[in-house]
Design a protein around this ligand. Structure first.
Ligand code: ADP
Length: 334
C-alpha cells in the first residue's frame, strides 16, 4: 500500500489530474487567501527558508490538497503526501520524516485523526526538527535524537474544531477555504470545460454552478456527467436544455441536493415529525454512519438553512418543508 506519492493522484478519476490547477494563477477564486499565500511564499523564498507550518481547513473538495501541491511547486520543493489514518505506527511517520529533504512540503490530510503517539512525535519534528528513535534492544535500548531537515508541515482538515490545541498552535500560518461563490464556480466550470474540450453555454455553466454546492469537485463531477448526456444526445454543445435534462436524470435539484440529501430531510420530517431527532438515530434511519452524516451531508444542509443542529438533535426547518413540498404541521415551531 502506498501512502506516499510524488505527484497528487488521490482522486478516483484520472482526468482530475488534467483539471487540477498547478499554480496560484490557475487556482480560481479565493483571492484574499491567494494574495496572502503568495506573500508568504515569496518571503520564504527570498530568505531561503522553509515556509512556516501551514494549517488548511475547509469542507471536502474545496481545494486543500490542490493548494498544498501548488505551494510546493511555487516554492520549488518536494511534495510528500500522506493522510493521518495511514499513519498507524510511529515507524510509519518516521519513514516519511526521514524521506524529507531540506524545505520539503509534507502534507498530512485529515490531520484531526492523528493517533496521540504520532501527534507527539510530530510536535518534536515540527518544533525542533528532530526525531527520537530507539536504538538497541531490551535493557540496552535507548532513545537517540536524530536531526531532520527543515521542512514545512501542511496539515489539512475538514474539522478544525477536532484538532488539539497543542497541535494547532504549532502552525505558523492558518488558512480557511470557504465555499466558492457561483461566479467562482462558473469560472472553474469554464476552465475545466476548456481543458476537457467541451463547449458549454453561459446559461449552462451558470446552472451547473448553482447546483455545485460551493464545491469545485462537485462542479467538475457535474460537468463530466452532463457531457455524457450531451454526447449521447449528439449535441456538440452543452447548452441549457441538455443540462436541465441531465440534472433531472441525475436527480440533482436546483439547490444541488441529491437523492440522499432529500431522503435525510424527508426522514426527519415524516418519521420524526420534523425533529429533533438524535444523530445516531437519524444515521441508522437513513443508512449512513453518524460520521458521514455529520461530515458529508449535514454541513451543506445546514448552510442552506434546511437543517438545524440543536442540543436535542436534528430539526428540519420551514425551508426544508417548503423545499420538499410538504405542508408544515400547525404545531411546528422551528
Ligand atoms: P480537498 O483536498 O479540499 O478535498 P482537492 O484539492 O482534492 O480538495 O480539490 C478537488 C478538485 O477540485 C481538484 O482536483 C481540482 O480539480 C478542483 N479544484 C479545487 N479547487 C479549485 C480551484 N480553486 N480552482 C480550480 N479547480 C479547483
Amino acid at each position: 500500500e502506498s501512502i506516499l506519492t510524488g505527484d497528487i493522484q488521490l482522486d478516483e478519476e484520472g482526468q482530475d489530474n488534467i483539471l487540477r490547477p498547478r499554480s496560484l494563477n490557475e487556482f480560481q477564486g479565493q483571492s484574499d487567501l491567494k494574495e496572502n499565500l503568495d506573500i508568504f511564499i515569496r518571503a520564504a523564498k527570498a530568505r531561503q527558508e522553509a515556509l512556516d507550518h501551514l494549517f488548511i481547513s475547509g469542507p471536502p473538495g474545496l481545494g486543500k490538497t490542490t493548494l498544498a501541491g501548488i505551494v510546493a511547486s511555487e516554492l520549488g520543493v518536494n511534495f510528500v503526501l500522506t493522510s493521518a489514518p495511514a499513519l498507524e505506527k510511529p515507524k510509519d511517520l518516521a519513514g516519511l520524516l526521514t524521506s524529507l529533504s531540506e524545505h520539503s512540503l509534507f502534507f498530512i490530510d485529515e490531520i484531526h485523526r492523528l493517533k496521540p503517539t504520532i501527534e507527539e512525535m510530530l510536535y518534536i519534528a515540527m518544533e525542533d526538527f528532530e526525531m527520537d528513535i530507539i536504538v538497541g534492544q531490551g535493557i540496552g535500548a535507548r532513545n537517540v535524537r536524530i536531526p531532520l531537515p527543515r521542512f514545512t508541515l501542511v496539515g489539512a482538515t475538514t474539522k478544525p474544531g477536532s484538532v488539539s490545541a497543542p497541535l494547532h498552535t504549532r502552525f505558523g500560518i492558518t488558512i480557511r477555504i470557504n465555499p466558492y461563490t457561483q461566479q467562482e464556480l462558473q469560472a472553474i466550470i469554464r476552465r475545466s470545460a476548456k481543458l476537457l474540450h467541451i463547449t458549454i453555454s453561459t446559461e449552462a455553466s451558470l446552472l451547473l454552478a448553482q447546483c455545485a454546492r460551493g464545491t469545485p469537485r462537485v462542479a467538475n463531477r457535474l460537468l463530466k456527467r452532463v457531457r455524457d448526456f450531451a454526447q449521447v444526445h449528439q449535441k456538440t454543445e452543452v447548452d441549457y436544455a441538455i443540462t436541465t435534462i441531465a440534472l433531472q436524470k441525475l436527480q440533482v435539484d436546483h439547490l444541488g441536493l441529491e437523492e440522499q440529501d432529500r431522503f435525510i430531510l424527508k426522514t426527519i420530517i415524516n418519521s420524526y415529525h420534523g425533529g429533533p431527532v438524535g444523530l445516531q438515530t437519524l444515521a441508522i434511519a437513513v443508512g449512513e454512519s453518524a460520521e458521514s452524516l455529520e461530515d458529508f451531508y449535514e454541513p451543506y444542509l445546514v448552510q442552506q438553512g434546511l437543517l438545524m443542529r440543536t442540543r436535542q438533535g436534528r430539526t428540519a426547518t420551514h425551508l426544508a418543508y417548503q423545499h420538499m413540498g410538504i405542508t408544515l404541521p400547525k404545531t411546528h415551531d422551528s
